[in-house]
Every structure is written in structure tokens, then in C-alpha cells.
Design a protein around this ligand. Structure first.
Ligand SMILES: Cc1cc2nc3c(=O)[nH]c(=O)nc-3n(C[C@H](O)[C@H](O)[C@H](O)COP(=O)(O)OP(=O)(O)OC[C@H]3O[C@@H](n4cnc5c(N)ncnc54)[C@H](O)[C@@H]3O)c2cc1C
Ligand SMILES: Cc1cc2nc3c(=O)[nH]c(=O)nc-3n(C[C@H](O)[C@H](O)[C@H](O)COP(=O)(O)O)c2cc1C
Ligand code: SF4
Length: 640
């Protein structure tokens, strides 16, 4: 008997019987074509997840209206989409899961993720003071509302025609109907704004019309934000009343998320949130309705079991952990818990940067191109560096049948990741190092600890291929005073090698700088942060959900942020900055450097032309992030 017995009880949403209580949460992945139609890539993405043992697959959001469609969002606004959707639902059914289509009008959400198609205007209940004036935005009229109600009804009919088992109405995260529901985004004075009843009028009209269209027995769920997590926004008490109103008009289950996407990071909670930050809200909503409730958000298998067993929710929706490991549900059922590639909530899958991938699953979005079969002629491969890139490459190369030795100059595996995991809140990151260590233990890789590989050692070993994964080390600014005694590296502060005394100034506004500043401020230290560009930017934007979460912490902690501020020098007691022609001294007893990293690629350069095959992977190729490190590792394992 699995220890997850509550999760594997059958369940029911309206007339839909489900084999267990695990729902794959909606995740908008960019695998549709430019019109919004289903592609083979999309089928390849859903197939393993449906086969992975979940009871219900909630599809990514599907746009009910062409003007509401974010770039590369699934479309359901025309009958022409039905054929493709039919194929998608067939694949999901063949793999043993039921399927529910999420119907969405993006509203202002379309404008926020950088996914606004050219020529499209974002539609909102009210234009508010915080909306950028240079963005195409328009308030919807009462006539528009009548049209949107029909759009949802037509989309639901298409879903039904294509063979879906249910539809979900997206009314959360600040999408158009969700924005009508919230007092911070709906400032209207007509019958669609003001009182709670008025703000619910548009979403309830949609449900009534959809219900009329699909008939009384077709399962219909709604996803709501149980709290906006902003001042003057929807509270849990109001959300409970909203849920009850939805039940009254014929909703069969309430999917309880939270947050307005353009204001907080809560709806895709990164590692900086505790486990299950929205679970208690789901439990409160459950107290307000008699239909089933679905809980979501950073829910580990153990928490999922507890929530369902204790009746805190009837179902759990799991999102990112199924990107990390599509087989999660089957592995839980079969007692193979240790085999699960654990999601670490790093949100690299949400960053709008290449490669689009998952830190722990470098096959995400390439599901149909698995690791090539074992080689006929195994090669002698040296993998140099036991960080994430080297560990992942060694495991996969051994899986392909090569004779692999992994060399690490220290006595532990993990590299920089071991520093990252020491940051409060990031402890969950260690579960990936542990997973890779288990994979190495189960492989034939020979691990040589305490061995710093040199060119001579490689020439003596005579490998067929060398994978150089020697990582990166922290950069220092090239300015007067940077070598002073009062200057320390952020990584040394994190590991406790360096002490921060008196007033601290952190230089660097990317994740490490922001995280160290938060950490110091939480310890009661007087800390400010200086960054050359806007906070979070160095030409590329940081992942938005984590950025919003961490920046909100900086603000709550009242950490002064000096953005667009070049640092030109460091003295014994200050950081010297320049704004235009003016020089200012910011008092600093300790200066903490968080200005990026430089590749450790000397060995790779020395080996050029001396060994048949030499590859650089991970931060050794270019300092980036953990997802790029494992992505490089998988690609090199495919090539050798
Ligand atoms: C504080 C901190 C926080 C971070 N937070 C995040 C985050 O939230 N999300 C994210 O995606 N990324 C984060 N990163 C970045 C991420 O850790 C790195 O991008 C990733 O771990 C790089 O892995 P790697 O294997 O390429 O290199 P490394 O981790 O640098 O590993 C290189 C390894 O090679 C060994 N080595 C070097 N030379 C030799 C040699 N000659 N012989 C033998 N061994 C050698 C080193 O000892 C080391 O173990 C963070 C980094 C830090 C420092
Ligand atoms: C890549 C990605 C895309 C998402 N797209 C949607 C979406 O289309 N509709 C939606 O309601 N939620 C969306 N979400 C939110 C998830 O459904 C889920 O609520 C959230 O990730 C929290 O669950 P998790 O911690 O299990 O990942 C998305 C999340 C991710 C990671
Ligand atoms: S990239 Fe990170 S957050 Fe996203 S699924 Fe993978 S491990 Fe989870």
C-alpha cells in the first residue's frame, strides 16, 4: 500500500469520475504555432504528463478571443482550432487521463509578460494610474462585455465538440474577468463595478451562459484568486463569498490560486515562499462551498497527501513538479519516491530566456528526443568539475555506456550550488544535488575527489573526450579600492567566510545581490543596494515572479535601492558613486560584491588540439544559471 493512499482515491467533479486526486495544473507553454494551433511539439509535451499517472490534465490557458491572445498562447476562438484540440484530447485520453480546457481572456495579463502581439490592445475594466501610458490599453464597454460572454460560451462549445471532459473558467491572476472581480483593478462606476455583486456580474454572466451552452451535466470549474496579496485587493473573506456565488450559478469545482500576476509573484510561488502558501486559503474556500475544491502552489507530495487526507481540499493541482518529472504520480503510487526528479521552485522554467528548459529536467520541451541509445564503442571520458554541469553530464554519459571518470578538486560535489543552498529559503535546492548524487551512486561513474585536473594529467590519462565543467568564480570590480580590506564577496558572506560589520553596501542588483541584501536586512543590519541599471537588469531581465517576490521583500524591509548608479571607487568608509558629473559617497563599513562571475576556462583552452574531443559546459562556457548548466550537460551527452 502506498503511503500516498489519500491521493490515490478516486474522486469526482460534477459528473466527471477521476482515478485519483492529482490534477496537472494549467501551464502556458509556448509550443503552439503562431496562430495558437496545436502542434506535434505540444502533443509530445502533454503525452508523457498524461501518461505519468495524474487523474486530470488541465490544459494551458486557451484564448477565447483573438484580441485576448498572448503570443504563442493556445487558441480556441475559432472553429478552425477544433481539429487540433481533438488530437490533443485524444492523446491525453489514450494515456489514461481526463482533460479539462482552461478558457481565458488575458486582459491586462497580455501586456505584462512581454507577450503582447503587435497591433493588439490590452483590455481592462479600468485604466489605473499605475498602467504605463505608452502601452496600448483600453477599457471595455458594456457592449464588449456582451461579446466576451458569447466568446466564452462559443469556446466552451468548441472544447466540448473536440472531446474535452470539462472546461475551467480562468477568473484569477488579473486576467480580464479576474480583474473585474478585484477592487484594485476594477474602478468602474457602472453596473460592473463598485459593490461585490457588481464586480461579480461579468464573471457570473459568463458562467451562466457557458452552463446554458454546455448543458447541465458538463463539468465546469472556475479558477479564482483567493487573495490578491496587495493592499485593498480581494481578501480571503471576499473570495469565499465569490466562490459561493460561483457555486450558485452551477460551477462544479473551485480551483483556488491567488495573486495578481502583475503585482505579486504568489501565483507561481518561487523558493522564497514557504511550502503551500495558498493551501490554507483553499481550505477556507472549502468551508464556504459544497462543491470540490482544488488546492495548488508549491505542494510537495507529502503536503498533498496531508491536505487531501485531512479534508483541507478535495484535489491538488501540481504544476512545475510535472515539468520536472512527468512521471511523478506513477512514481508516488509505486513507492519510487526517491526516483522523482524534484522540482526546486527555482522558476528557471518561467524565465523568458534561452534555453527554455528546466533545471532538473533538461528534456523539458524536447520530450520526443530522448537520450540516444547506448553507444556501440564506449569512449574513455574525463568529466572535469563536480558542479551541477559535471555531475549531470557524468550520469548521462555513463547511461550511454561510456567509461566515465568525474574529477572534483574539492572533497564534495555540487560546486557553486552548495553556496546557493546555504541562502535561507534556498535549502530546497539541495534536493537536486542529492538527486544527482543518488544517480551517480547508481551509475558506473568513477569519482575522483580532491583531484585538480591539469593539462599534464589529461595527457597522461589519454581520454577520447574531455568535458570541462570547471564552472566560474566571482568577479571583482576593476575600480580603485576594490582590493580593500573592507571589500568582501557575497558568496563569502553566504558561507560565513566573511563578516559584515557596521553599515553595509551591496554592489550588484541581480539575484545574488538582492538575496544577500534581504538576508543582511533580516539580520537587522543597516544595508543598501547599488546597481548600475534598473534593479534586476544587466541587459537581460530576471525571472519576473522571483524578482517581484524578492523586490517586495527589499521594499518591506525598507532597504535603500540606488539604481542607475555607477560605482567609481571604494574608500575605507564609503562607496563612491557618480550621477552625471556629481560624485557622492555612500557610507559603508563593509562593501559586499555581487557583480557576477567569470568562467574558469583555462584548462579547456590549454587542451585545445591536444585531445580528440574537448567540450566546455555550464558556467565554464559562460556564467549563466543552473538550468543552462544541466541543459549543456544533456546536450554534450547526446553528442559524444
Ligand atoms: C550564491 C549563488 C546563488 C545562486 N543562485 C542560483 C539560482 O537561484 N538559480 C540558478 O539557476 N542559479 C543560481 N546560481 C548559479 C548556479 O549555481 C550556477 O550557474 C551553476 O551551479 C553552475 O554549475 P557548473 O557545474 O557549471 O559550475 P560550478 O558549480 O562552478 O562547478 C564547477 C566545479 O568544478 C570544480 N573544478 C574547477 N576546476 C577544476 C579542476 N581543474 N579540476 C577539478 N575540479 C575543478 C570546482 O571545484 C567546482 O566544484 C547561484 C550561484 C551562486 C554562487
Ligand atoms: C510555465 C507556467 C505557465 C503557467 N501558465 C498558467 C496558465 O496558463 N493558467 C493558469 O491558471 N496558471 C498558470 N500557471 C500557474 C500554475 O497553474 C500553478 O498554479 C502554479 O505554477 C503553482 O503550482 P506549482 O507550485 O505546482 O507549480 C503557470 C505556471 C507555470 C510554471
Ligand atoms: S525549472 Fe525549477 S521551478 Fe521550473 S520545474 Fe524545473 S525545478 Fe521546478
Amino acid at each position: 500500500m502506498t503511503k500516498f493512499s489519500a491521493l490515490f482515491q478516486p474522486g469526482r467533479i460534477g459528473t466527471m469520475e477521476l482515478k485519483n486526486r492529482i490534477v496537472m495544473s494549467s501551464m502556458g507553454v509556448l509550443l503552439v504555432d503562431s496562430e495558437g494551433a496545436v502542434t506535434d511539439y505540444l502533443l509530445d509535451y502533454y503525452r508523457p504528463r498524461a501518461a505519468g499517472g495524474v487523474g486530470l490534465v488541465n490544459t494551458q490557458c486557451a484564448s477565447v478571443n483573438v484580441e485576448a491572445k498572448a503570443m504563442y498562447c493556445l487558441g480556441i476562438f475559432d472553429d478552425g482550432f477544433i481539429e487540433g484540440l481533438k488530437q490533443l484530447f485524444q492523446v491525453i485520453h489514450e494515456e489514461g487521463a481526463k482533460v479539462c480546457v482552461q478558457l481565458m481572456h488575458h486582459g491586462y495579463l497580455i501586456a505584462t509578460a512581454g507577450l503582447l502581439p503587435p497591433g493588439i490592445t490590452a483590455r481592462v475594466p479600468s485604466i489605473t494610474s499605475w498602467m504605463p501610458s505608452d502601452m496600448p490599453i483600453a477599457e471595455v464597454s458594456e457592449q464588449d462585455i456582451d461579446g466576451y460572454v458569447e466568446d466564452f460560451a462559443r469556446a466552451a462549445r468548441r472544447a466540448q465538440q473536440a472531446g474535452a471532459d470539462a472546461v475551467e473558467f480562468h477568473a484569477c491572476h488579473g486576467c480580464l474577468p479576474g480583474a473585474f472581480m478585484s477592487p484594485v483593478t476594477n474602478l468602474r462606476t457602472d453596473k460592473y463595478g463598485g459593490s461585490e455583486e457588481n464586480r461579480m456580474r461579468f464573471p457570473l454572466r459568463i458562467v451562466e451562459r457557458v452552463r446554458q451552452t454546455v448543458g447541465k451535466d458538463f463539468p465546469l470549474t472556475v479558477r479564482i484568486s483567493a487573495s490578491d496579496e496587495v493592499d485593498d485587493g480581494t481578501t480571503i473573506e471576499e473570495a469565499m463569498r465569490q466562490a459561493a456565488m460561483f457555486e450558485e450559478v452551477g460551477i462544479d469545482a473551485i480551483n483556488v490560486s491567488a495573486g495578481i500576476e502583475y503585482m505579486t509573484g504568489l501565483n507561481i510561488p518561487c523558493y522564497a515562499y514557504p511550502e503551500g502558501p495558498m493551501v490554507q486559503m483553499a481550505t477556507k474556500i472549502k468551508g464556504a462551498v459544497s462543491v470540490p475544491v482544488i488546492a495548488v502552489g508549491r505542494i510537495t507530495p507529502e503536503l498533498a497527501e496531508q491536505v487531501v487526507a485531512e479534508g483541507g481540499a478535495d484535489f491538488v493541482a501540481i504544476g512545475r513538479p510535472l515539468l520536472a518529472d512527468p512521471q511523478l504520480a506513477n512514481k508516488l503510487k509505486d513507492g519510487r519516491h526517491d526516483d522523482i526528479r524534484p522540482c526546486i521552485y527555482c522558476n528557471n522554467c518561467v524565465r523568458l530566456a534561452l534555453p527554455m528548459t528546466c533545471t532538473v529536467n533538461p528534456w523539458l520541451y524536447r520530450e520526443s528526443i530522448p537520450l540516444p541509445p547506448a553507444v556501440q564503442k564506449p569512449k574513455k571520458v574525463m568529466v572535469v568539475g563536480g558542479g551541477l554541469a559535471g555531475m549531470q553530464a557524468a550520469v548521462l554519459l555513463a547511461e550511454r555506456g561510456h567509461n566515465v571518470s568525474l574529477y572534483e578538486k574539492n572533497n564534495v560535489l555540487g560546486g557553486q550550488w552548495n553556496i546557493a543552498t546555504q541562502m535561507p529559503g534556498k535549502e530546497v535546492f539541495a534536493s537536486f544535488t542529492e538527486y544527482l548524487k543518488r544517480s551517480l551512486d547508481n551509475s558506473k561513474v568513477s569519482i575522483k575527489f580532491g583531484t585538480e585536473v591539469t593539462k599534464d594529467m589529461v595527457l597522461e590519462t589519454k581520454p577520447d573526450a574531455v568535458v570541462v565543467a570547471t564552472g566560474a568564480t566571482p568577479l571583482l570590480l576593476n575600480i580603485p579600492g576594490a582590493d580593500g580590506k573592507n571589500v568582501v564577496q557575497a558568496v563569502d558572506v553566504i558561507t560565513g567566510k566573511a563578516q559584515v560589520k557596521g553599515k553595509a553596501v551591496v554592489i550588484g542588483g541581480r539575484f545574488i545581490g538582492i538575496e544577500v541584501s534581504i538576508w543582511l536586512a533580516e539580520q537587522g543590519k543597516d544595508v543598501s543596494i547599488i546597481t548600475l541599471m534598473r534593479l534586476g537588469e544587466d541587459g537581460n531581465k530576471l525571472e519576473l515572479f522571483t524578482f517581484k517576490t524578492l523586490t517586495k521583500r527589499l521594499i518591506d524591509l525598507r532597504v535603500p535601492i540606488y539604481s542607475h548608479t555607477p560605482v567609481v571607487g571604494i574608500t575605507k568608509g564609503s562607496v563612491v558613486t557618480q550621477w552625471g558629473q556629481e560624485i557622492f559617497h555612500i557610507p559603508a563599513d563593509t562593501v559586499v560584491m555581487a557583480v557576477g562571475a567569470q568562467s574558469e576556462n583555462k584548462l579547456a583552452q590549454e587542451l585545445k588540439g591536444l585531445v580528440p574531443e574537448v567540450y566546455k559546459i555550464g558556467d565554464c562556457e559562460k556564467p549563466r544559471d543552473a538550468a543552462s548548466a544541466t541543459y549543456d550537460a544533456a546536450r554534450v551527452a547526446e553528442r559524444i
